[in-house]
Write a protein that binds this ligand. Structure first.
Ligand code: HEM
Length: 488
């Protein structure tokens, strides 16, 4: 054999050995990384089984799988993987990750036809951040003070129309009052005083255009989507004419509409009329059902828990003693017992039962059980306020209504660290309307407690799991009697 032949043979051998070693290493690495993927929910039949389990009730699925698979696991949903993070020990990354790692835009894209073009999930994160700054500014304490005065007037006017005694569907009444209040504080007096019926009907069409199918196919040509698109256009025209008339008259009002009209991007550009409309729709969608559902659950629990009912009534008496019948932002902020009663209703019944993100970078997580998992980019990641808010290692007797669990000395939500109570989300995208929501619900309930006695005459309500914003099923019938709270 010549030297040349030897060289070729040696070269060939080295190549083959290198390829074999490379293959071996890659197989080992693959095995190791596969071994570190989260466990997968068993579902049958293949391909569609995961979807079927999800559609038959995501919270039921979580209840069944969490005890078996632990705090992190994956559900195969057709071609997608959804990885769930359950509990504060594993959800910090979910709430705190930068948008470049975990984003909302893709998973909440279905809102775009409702909110309209140029806002929120239709724009890049840098613009969206600026638009959320507009929300933050419109909900600052100085603005909230003015909104509270309007909330109080709305509640007084609304309940002055009730008789001395009667029977009402509390759910319907509270829904209606909250639309009226939101109209005044957010959309402005033009809508509240002159255009309320037209605008409510259009919002109704927008609402009915958001169906479970809209999440998968937001532009599917179905009648509900067509009505939604028509309504969105009509709303844009109504708000354009209100904005024009405010600009022409130089009139400036105390409402969210005015805040959005006056908002400017960092480069000095003012908001367009279409953007103002879109941001108002987004605010109404974020705050209306969520707040009215929470007001109804609060009522249902107070009416069936005499111990807490008498605590909130005593608190109202004490506050009446100190401040007379005046109610403003600071007085509402003193209502700690009522706050805890609302917070507990919201722990048991968060209207947004599932929060989602799209992952754009691999990351690892160590579970509560001590397992380490790698989550590949491309997974949808999810957490569930409805399930995580009832974890027994965080909340004692988690299914019991016990507002005292938040009282000084117990504070169960704080004892287990951040992200133990996630009805308002948290971290980077935590709810911007939380103070507004509490003020609104407190304004309503402090008025009701001071002026009426109630009795629940229908069975304790069930949960309507089929709604997009999960609320109360059916009517919540109450018998009321007018009374004036006596203060010694
Ligand atoms: C009881 C009432 C409410 C509940 C339970 C609630 C719940 C939530 C939750 C869970 C999130 C986080 C979503 C996520 O992480 O994917 C959120 C975000 C948000 N909420 Fe609320 N909300 C309520 C009322 C309101 C109100 C009244 C407003 C405005 C007037 C509002 C405006 C917003 C906004 C703008 C965001 C987006 C924040 C961001 O992504 O940076 N919410 N809300």
């Amino acid at each position: 054999m010549t030297d040349d032949n030897n060289t070729y043979l040696n070269g060939g051998l080295i190549l083959v050995v290198t390829l074999l070693v490379a293959k071996l290493i890659s197989t080992l690495v693959m095995r190791r990384s596969k071994g570190r993927l989260p466990p997968v929910v068993k579902a049958w039949p293949p391909l569609v089984g995961g979807l079927m389990r999800f559609l038959s009730g995501p919270v039921v699925m979580l209840k069944e799988e969490y005890p078996k698979l632990g705090s992190v696991f994956t559900l195969k949903l057709l071609t997608k993987n959804i990885t769930f993070f359950i509990g504060p020990e594993v959800s910090a990354h979910f709430f705190k990750a930068p948008e470049s790692d975990l984003s909302q835009q893709e998973v909440y894209q279905f809102n775009v036809p409702t909110f309209g073009p140029g806002v929120v999930f239709d724009v890049d994160y840098s613009i969206r951040q600026e638009q959320f700054r507009f929300f933050t500014e419109s909900l600052r304490v100085n603005k909230l003070r003015g909104y509270v005065d309007q909330m109080v007037v709305e509640a007084q006017e609304y309940f002055s129309k009730w008789g001395d005694t009667g029977e009402v569907d509390l759910k319907y009444e509270l829904e209606h009052l909250i639309i009226l209040t939101a109209s005044r504080c957010l959309l402005g007096e033009e809508v509240r005083n002159k255009l309320f019926d037209d605008v409510s009907a259009l919002f109704h069409d927008l609402d009915n255009g958001m169906l479970p199918i809209s999440v998968l196919a937001p532009n599917l040509p179905i009648p509900a989507h067509r009505r939604r698109d028509k309504a969105r256009k009509k709303l844009a025209a109504i708000f354009a004419s209100i904005i024009d008339s405010r600009r022409q008259s130089g009139k400036s009002e105390h409402d969210m509409l005015q805040c959005f009209i006056d908002s400017k991007y960092k480069d000095g550009r003012p908001t367009t009329k279409d953007e103002v409309t879109g941001l108002l729709i987004a605010a109404l969608f974020a705050g209306q059902h969520t707040s009215s559902i929470t007001s109804t659950w609060t009522g249902a629990y107070l009416l069936t828990n005499p111990q807490f009912m008498s605590q909130v009534v005593d608190e109202q008496k004490n506050i009446l003693k100190q401040h007379g019948d005046k109610v403003d932002h600071d007085i509402l902020s003193e209502m700690e017992v009522l706050y805890r009663c609302i917070k507990e209703a919201l722990r048991l019944h968060p209207p947004l039962i599932m929060l989602l993100r799209q992952s754009h970078a691999d990351f690892s997580v160590t579970t509560r059980e001590g397992n380490e998992y790698d989550i590949p980019k491309g997974h949808i990641v999810a957490t569930s306020p409805a399930f995580a808010n009832r974890l027994p290692h965080i909340y004692k007797d988690p299914d019991t209504y016990d507002p005292d669990r938040f009282a000084p000395g117990r504070e169960e939500d704080k004892a287990s660290g951040a992200f133990s109570y996630i009805s308002f989300g948290g971290g980077r995208h935590g709810c911007l309307g939380e103070p507004f929501a509490y003020l609104q619900i407190k304004a309503i309930w402090s008025h009701l407690l001071r002026n009426f006695e109630f009795e629940l005459i229908s069975p304790f309500p069930e949960i309507d799991w089929n709604a997009m914003v999960v609320g109360v099923k059916g009517k919540v019938m109450v018998r009321y009697k007018r009374r004036q709270l006596l203060v010694e």
